[in-house]
Design a protein around this ligand. Structure first.
Ligand code: NDP
Length: 283
C-alpha cells in the first residue's frame, strides 16, 4: 500500500511532519489489529514524476494508494476509470486496483457522511458549509448524493464559491446557494447541519475562529469541523458549549480510512482502533 504525496502539502494538511503521517499510523494500526500482512507507506512524488509513480505502483503489485494535493486532479489522466463521486468532484484521493485496472475514488466526502450518519441522517437536511476548496467540494457532493435538500456555500473568494455552487446545482439533486463571506455570517435558524470545511483553526493557528454570529448557532444544529489537528478546535469547543451535537475532524479522517481499507483489502476495519491511533498522533 502506498501514499503518494508531497512533504509540504502533507504538513499543510495536518500540521504534522511527514515522519508522523497520521494516515499511515492509522491505517497500519488497523492492519496490525486485523492481522493483515500489508503495509501502507508514505512516499513523496513530485508533480513531474506522477505518471511514472502510478505506473511503478502498478508493476510493483500495489493494491492501491491515496494521493493528496497537488496530485488529486492530475492523477486522473493516468487512471483507467472513476467512481461516481470522484467523477462529479473531478478529484481523486484513493486509487484502487480492480481487475487489473486503476480506478479513482474519492473517500473524503464519503468518510464525512459516515461520521454525520452517526449523529443524523443527511436526507432532507439543510446544510451550511464554510469553504469551497477540496474538502468543501467533497463534502457538499456527498451530502447532496445522500439526499440533503439544500446546501449553502459560504466562502471568502467569490470565484471558488460560485464555481462549487454551480456544480451542485447543475449536477446534483440539491438546491445550492452561495454567500460571499465578507462580513460576519448569520447562520439561518432553519439550518440542520453546520460544517467548517476551511483550514481555519488548523495548527499552528489554533486560536482562529470562524466569523459567524455566535448567537445564530442553535443547540439543535449538528456542527462538524474538518480540522484534524487539533481535533478540539474553537468551533468544536464553542458548539459543545452551546449544546450542539459535534463531529470533529478525526471522524472524517477515520471514516475515509475505513472506506479506503475496505476498497483495498475487502475487510471492514475497526474504526475504534484507528481513532485511538490518531489520537496518539494528535495528542
Ligand atoms: P483548500 O486550500 O482547497 O481550501 C481552503 C478553504 O479554506 C477555501 O475555501 C478558503 O477560502 C478557505 N480559507 C482558508 N483560510 C481562510 C481564511 N482565513 N478566511 C476565510 N476562508 C479561508 O483546502 P482543502 O479544502 O483541501 O482543506 C481544508 C481543510 O480541510 C484543511 O485544513 C485540511 O486539514 C482539512 N481536511 C480534513 C480532512 C479530514 O479527513 N479530516 C480531509 C481533507 C481535508 P478561499 O477560497 O477564499 O481561499
Amino acid at each position: 500500500m502506498n501514499e503518494l504525496n508531497f512533504k509540504q502539502e502533507l504538513t499543510a494538511a495536518f500540521g504534522q511532519p511527514i515522519s508522523e503521517n497520521p494516515t499511515q499510523v492509522m491505517i497500519e494500526a488497523a492492519y496490525r489489529h486485523h492481522n493483515l500482512d500489508w503495509r501502507y507507506l508514505t512516499i513523496e512524488v513530485g508533480p513531474d514524476d506522477l505518471e511514472a509513480a502510478v505506473r511503478g505502483a502498478k508493476v510493483m503489485g500495489f493494491q492501491g494508494f491515496n494521493c493528496t494535493i497537488p496530485h488529486k486532479v492530475n492523477v486522473i489522466q493516468y487512471l483507467d476509470g472513476l467512481g461516481e463521486s470522484a467523477s462529479l468532484m473531478g478529484a481523486v484521493n484513493c486509487v484502487v486496483r480492480r481487475n487489473g485496472q486503476w480506478i479513482g475514488e474519492n473517500t473524503d466526502g464519503k468518510g464525512f457522511v459516515s461520521s454525520l450518519r452517526e449523529l443524523t441522517d443527511p436526507e432532507n437536511k439543510k446544510v451550511v458549509i464554510f469553504g469551497a476548496g477540496g474538502a468543501a467540494r467533497a463534502i457538499s457532493v456527498e451530502v447532496a448524493l445522500a439526499g440533503s435538500s439544500s446546501v449553502t456555500i459560504v466562502n471568502r473568494s467569490r470565484e471558488r464559491g460560485e464555481e462549487l455552487t454551480n456544480l451542485l446545482n447543475d449536477k446534483l439533486p440539491v438546491s445550492a446557494d452561495f454567500v460571499a463571506w465578507n462580513s460576519t455570517f448569520s447562520i439561518p435558524s432553519d439550518t440542520d447541519v453546520v460544517i467548517n470545511a476551511t483550514s481555519i483553526g488548523l495548527y499552528p493557528d489554533i486560536e482562529a475562529r470562524l466569523d459567524f454570529a455566535h448567537e445564530s448557532l442553535l443547540p439543535n444544529m449538528v456542527v462538524a469541523d474538518v480540522i484534524p489537528n487539533p481535533p478540539s478546535t474553537n468551533l468544536v469547543i464553542d458548539a459543545r458549549a452551546k449544546g450542539c451535537k459535534v463531529i470533529d475532524g478525526l471522524g472524517m479522517l477515520v471514516n475515509q480510512g475505513v472506506i479506503g481499507i475496505k476498497h483495498w483489502t475487502g475487510i471492514d476495519p475497526d474504526p475504534t482502533v484507528m481513532r485511538t491511533a490518531l489520537e496518539e498522533v494528535f495528542r
